[in-house]
Ligand binder design. Structure first.
Ligand code: B82
Length: 318
């Protein structure tokens, strides 16, 4: 039996920094309002670069770090809700540009849980015989934002990050749980594609990101926290890498889990909510800081939760 092991991490953030003060020039908001409710100070916004460009930058770094020839990759999986196209997938764009001619490629759409879903999927490919591949979370979420809506426009940012997953003899992803509740999908929506054909014209314009803050906040605190509590059980965890939705939410969840806040690293201040990219960006920063060492001695939980509704946990020995 073979198992997936994370052998490299990488991130790419677009260079344009947009501070809260800069947003306050565009809409009726303030640095104080944004920081006190969310913990966000600034976010990156991609201009000409699209989601596939951000993801390609990550992919190139991942293969360079381990001097992997692109032809030896067996899969490229991208978690995104802001793909350049419905087809081709971002993963295919990356596979093509990288020259990963032997890799299967597809996108996973599970909103902010996307990276957790994608990594669990990749693990199963390795367990069924593939040798190595890339798992990337990347979003140009700014193109889905309603820039007239000050309640959501301040929350999000663009970015991408990912991992190289390679076959190893010892398991690294120890446990997983993936969940969904489609009955509550309406509480967080984006990217509705309206029908305007010769036969039917639809008025619906739910293209921009819309969220029922109260409903998804309750979902995070109740369903996601309960699931994680059961998942962790009596295990001692070194770090919880949560989807970076909001500092207040993460603090509340930490308290409910009766774990010290130091176990919940955050980077919302710098990037805001980057959806499927938030967990791998955080992971790469922690690996760079040598807080997470990738030497198999630390127990780390990845927790994704978001649109769908979807949520999931992975327990890793990193
Ligand atoms: S909020 O609605 O303004 N609020 C809750 C009452 C204050 C904390 C809000 C804000 Br501001 C930012 C994020 C959320 C939220 O609940 N986010 C999520 C919850 C579950 C899953 C994903 C997210 C997400 O934002 O990605 C609420």
């Amino acid at each position: 039996m073979r198992y997936g092991k994370i052998t490299a991490t990488a991130r790419y953030l677009p260079t344009k920094v947009v501070t809260n003060d800069a947003l306050a020039q565009l809409m009726d908001t303030s640095d104080d309002w944004i920081q006190s409710r969310t913990g966000i100070k600034e976010r990156r916004i991609a201009e000409a670069e699209n989601t596939s460009d951000l993801c390609l930058k990550v992919a190139q770094q991942l293969i360079e770090k381990q001097t992997i020839a692109p032809e030896t990759l067996d899969f490229v999986i991208v978690a995104t809700m802001s793909a350049d196209y419905t087809s081709p997938s971002v993963a295919c764009q990356v596979q093509g540009a990288l020259g990963a001619v032997n890799a299967l490629a597809f996108d996973v759409t599970a909103a902010c849980s996307g990276f957790v879903y994608a990594l669990a999927t990749a693990e199963n490919f390795i367990r069924s015989g593939l040798t190595r591949g890339l798992v990337i979370g990347g979003e140009k979420i700014s193109k889905l934002i309603d820039w007239q809506d000050r309640t959501t426009a301040v929350l999000f940012g663009d970015g991408a990050a990912g991992v190289l997953l390679e076959a190893a003899a010892k398991p690294s992803i120890i446990k997983q749980v993936l969940k969904a509740d489609g009955t509550r999908g309406d509480s967080l929506t984006a990217g509705y594609r309206v029908t305007k054909t010769a036969f039917y014209q639809e008025a619906n314009e739910k293209n921009k990101l819309a969220m029922n803050g109260r409903a998804i906040y309750d979902f995070a605190l109740n369903d996601v926290t309960k699931c994680l509590k059961t998942f962790v059980g009596e295990e001692t965890i070194d770090y919880y890498l949560f989807h970076q939705a909001n500092e207040r939410i993460i603090q509340k969840m930490a308290r409910k889990l009766k774990e010290p806040i130091e176990k919940f690293p955050m980077n919302l201040a710098n990037y805001g909510n980057t959806s499927a990219a938030s967990i791998p960006i955080l992971l790469d920063e922690l690996v760079e800081a040598e807080t997470i060492r990738l030497d198999g001695t630390q127990k780390v939980v990845f927790t994704g939760y978001g649109g769908g509704l979807t949520w999931g946990n992975l327990l890793l020995e990193l």
